[in-house]
Design a protein around this ligand. Structure first.
Ligand code: AMP
Length: 390
């Protein structure tokens, strides 16, 4: 049975077509700059990327192009072969505790959550609506970034702000990257050989978050009401003293929206280094003597280690540390810098294993804590959910 996993952004649409339940990837691709004359449609055919540059008016057109390409390249014979579509939805609020079969009512409920995720949910809904129009009789499932973190106890998800903000506006911590945290923690549980476990997941990509996973359930995570909270990232600041906003607002005469834009898009690696958002550039330039690149990385590592210490205490120990996403999977330097600060917790990284690509277990034999580098796969998780949800 063929299932598509979809991740729709405001001007983009990522897709991956699976044969399920074998989880074989049949094809994948990406439509970028939707809504412009310079849109780019990329699809993999027999392992080769086929790129088409053409104006694409909206997501609906992007979806029809996708279906045309699937037939043209003989990837499928008939649209009828597609038996399910899974949509990534960023914010599920307190309403969606599980992946959910999409109906008109569900779309309306997701829409009600737009104020909590104004940059993401409206785009996710456009993706859902485009696929529902194109495949009206096919099962469609919403898979939420927040679901995995809905098991956090309230003292971990509440802010110490006026309680009415929570009641009236839903001000609380939701957490994100849930599909990835779930996927890699399930794999870590398999590797450990037991569900009863204390795991810290480090999802380190351009966006980055950590989670404390106790016995397979998320009990804390670093991102909050929005993805801005937590550790510094490629362009996000992570936690700051909110009073900074008042000072800079006065000095630079910026609006709150503009300030939040700076914290989301011009901070983190970019803000501190003044130049780079990509971890590879930061590490390379640090090695070339760029002091602010070193500082950008030092701050991030310091904050990551702070959270690890706090989650260690929260769970009363640690069985495994799991690195994932672009940086976590690929950067032996970042893994080494973090683990070197964790010897006090019994973490001992194997220098050789850490530098061997594709190895999942990278700790020394005598390490008290397992260290894993696990490739995340949010798309396969979405496809699995489409199969599972009735
Ligand atoms: P993601 O958001 O998961 O796609 O991750 C993006 C981040 O992963 C960027 O900061 C990249 O620098 C980093 N990254 C991707 N590939 C590598 C690699 N081979 N080595 C080091 N970092 C990488």
């Amino acid at each position: 049975m063929k299932i598509i996993a979809v991740n729709a952004g405001s001007s983009s649409l990522k897709f991956q077509l699976f044969e399920m339940p074998s989880e074989e990837v049949i094809t994948k691709g990406l439509v970028e700059r939707i809504g412009s004359n310079k849109a780019v449609f990329t699809i993999e055919v027999d392992g080769e990327k086929v790129v088409t540059k053409t104006p694409i008016k909206d997501h609906k057109v992007a979806v029809s192009m996708l279906f045309e390409a699937l037939s043209k390249h003989k990837i499928i014979k008939d649209l009828e072969e597609i038996k399910g579509v899974g949509h990534r939805v960023v914010q599920g609020g307190e309403k969606f505790l599980e992946s959910t079969l999409i109906t008109d009512e569900v779309v309306e409920e997701v829409r009600k959550l737009n104020p909590l995720a104004p940059l993401h949910n409206p785009a996710n809904i456009i993706g859902i609506e485009s696929f529902r129009k194109a495949l009206p009789n096919v099962k469609q499932v919403a898979v939420f970034d927040t679901t995995f973190h809905t098991t956090m106890p309230r003292e971990n998800f509440m802010y110490a702000t006026p309680y009415e903000w929570y009641e009236k506006y839903g001000v609380r911590k939701y957490g994100f990257h849930g599909t990835s945290h779930q996927y890699v923690s399930e794999r870590a549980i398999e590797l450990l050989g037991r569900e009863e476990s204390k795991i810290i997941v480090l999802h380190l990509g351009n966006g980055a978050s950590l989670s404390a996973v106790l016995n397979g359930k998320s009990i804390d995570t670093t991102m909050g009401l929005t993805p801005l909270e937590g550790i510094p990232m490629g362009t996000r600041s992570g936690n700051i003293d909110p009073a900074i906003l008042g000072l800079v607002q006065q000095e630079e005469n910026l609006s709150l929206t503009e300030l939040l834009e700076v914290l989301n898009k011009k901070s983190g690696y970019l803000g501190v280094s003044g130049k780079y958002t990509d971890n590879r550039d930061i590490v390379a330039e640090m090695n070339n003597g760029c002091d602010r690149c070193k500082l950008a990385l030092d701050i991030q590592i310091k904050r990551i280690v702070d959270y690890i210490g706090s989650y260690y205490v929260l769970m009363g120990g640690l069985d495994a540390l799991v690195f994932t996403a672009g940086i976590g999977e690929n950067s032996w330097e970042v893994r080494e810098l973090i683990c070197n600060k964790l010897e006090v917790l019994g973490v001992k990284l194997s220098e050789k294993k850490n530098k061997t690509r594709g190895l999942e277990e990278i700790n020394c034999c005598e390490s008290k804590v397992k260290v894993y580098a696990i490739k995340t796969d949010e798309e396969v998780m979405i496809a699995r959910e489409v199969l599972r949800v009735k």
